[in-house]
Design a protein around this ligand. Structure first.
Ligand code: ATP
Ligand code: MG
Length: 405
């Protein structure tokens, strides 16, 4: 129902002038054609909290494609994409603002933990709200004439925003979609909110039941990626303390989020989220189920190689170099976090930066025959550089000449 809250001022400060002007155009057309249109979800939450808004989606009570056609017929926008099954449309306006228009919809979960099916498109706003995850993500904001900026709150989301609370909408929420557990973690970390007691209890019960091996992992993966890509140290601590790691059948390591964050800040790996996750996820079945991309998968195979091979036989810089060479940075960091050995950092800090400067071509010019000999010699130079016996390119050349003699 309509709350007393109006966010018009926050819209003026939080949205660009172009977006706001475009929303007002939509308001006028909705008024003339008797459509009701709204902002819903994350964008309302972020406007309320004064957080940055980059793009907005508009929800149409009814058929969003038809509404877009009315805008397009008036030459206010061009429709650039439509999706008929969900009745969504993307339109671009003359000021280059792009807006996605979605129809209100109701969803149904025929199989626990699997993706939902849409049962009714064009339902009421209130019915649309109940498919959502948390009360703070279920607020709508009117874009309609006479109520522009009014917040519509069917589920007590405004109070929860004020109290910094994450509350699910019903007791079956995590059974329907366990990725909401990770979403809860993401919002808790990002907004510094807390799960209310009942939501914590529902989460605990869900995780303890341990009935989630047959679920759709794609959403879980996507949420974990977003969550850990934020690189906020306490996310990881919460992940462990709340037993959320059990959702991916993980093993709890003795590591603090801050240790991981510091390493990520220092070494800037390409996949920071997998450094967090790689310290916990060991179950091969779940790793398979995540359908990682090739470079993502390599992080796990490299990690397992490092953990399963014996570093105790290693006693020179050259051995350390060979052990870590060609392994992904992420896997080396995970190995360090899990073993607390000093070699991985020696490798990353120092040894990995040591390179043979002479090229194969230059060796040939110095009189070395092509073929196997060149490879052996380059390796010999590397060994000496890692031991500190050879330092500069001139040293390398001198060494090569001595070998020819
Ligand atoms: P972000 O700022 O990370 O984009 P968001 O709240 O906008 O956060 P989105 O993933 O963009 O999240 O989804 C938009 C809205 O769709 C959410 O605010 C929420 O109402 C709803 N939603 C998204 N994912 C789920 C889910 N798994 N279950 C229920 N509702 C969801
Ligand atoms: Mg969003």
């Amino acid at each position: 129902m309509a709350s007393n809250l109006n966010l018009k001022n926050k819209m003026e400060s939080g949205l660009s002038k172009e977006i706001l002007d475009t929303l007002k155009l939509c308001r006028d057309t909705a008024f003339e054609s008797e459509y009701k249109i709204f902002l819903i979800g994350g964008v309302v939450r972020d406007l309320f909290l004064g957080r940055e808004i980059v793009d907005v989606d508009v929800t149409v009570e009814g058929d969003a494609i038809r509404f877009c056609h009315i805008l397009a017929d008036k030459k206010l926008c061009k429709i650039v994409r439509v999706q008929n099954d969900l009745k969504t449309a993307k339109a671009v306006f003359p000021n280059n603002i792009e807006i996605d228009f979605a129809s209100t919809r109701q969803e149904f979960y025929p199989r626990r933990g699997h993706l939902p099916v849409v049962v009714r498109i064009g339902c009421t706003l209130e019915e649309d709200v109940y498919r959502r995850d948390f009360t703070i993500n279920s607020l709508a904001l009117s874009l309609n004439e006479g109520s522009f900026g009014d917040v519509i709150d069917y589920v007590g989301g405004v109070d929860d925003l004020n109290n910094k609370l994450l509350k699910v909408l019903h007791d079956n929420s995590f059974n329907e979609d366990p990725s909401r557990i990770i979403r809860g973690l993401k919002f808790a970390a990002r907004l510094d909110f807390h799960r209310d007691e009942h939501t914590r209890e529902l989460q605990k019960v869900y995780i303890e039941k341990n009935l989630h091996d047959d679920i759709s992992w794609s959403r879980i993966k996507s949420e974990l990626k977003q969550t850990f890509s934020m690189n906020i140290a306490r996310t990881y601590d919460m992940f462990l303390v709340n037993d959320t790691y059990k959702l991916v059948y993980g093993e709890k390591p003795d590591i603090k989020g801050l240790e991981i964050k510091n390493l990520i800040d220092n070494y800037s790996p390409e996949y920071p989220w997998l450094v967090y996750l790689g310290t916990v996820m060991k179950n091969q079945k779940i790793i398979e189920a995540f359908c990682f991309t090739r470079p993502e998968k390599k992080i796990f195979t490299d990690r397992d190689y490092l953990l399963n091979n014996n570093l105790s036989l290693i006693n020179s810089n050259y051995d350390i170099y060979k052990f870590f060479d060609k392994r992904s940075v992420e896997s080396i960091l995970i190995y360090y976090l899990l073993t607390k050995r000093k070699e991985p950092l020696i490798y990353l800090e120092k040894l990995s930066k040591i390179r043979v400067e002479l090229s194969g071509e230059e060796l040939k010019n110095l009189g070395i025959e092509e073929g196997k000999k060149i490879g052996t010699l380059l390796d010999e130079i590397l060994k000496k550089k890692l031991a500190g016996i050879i330092v500069t390119k001139a040293d390398e050349q001198r060494f090569v000449r001595s070998q020819i003699k």
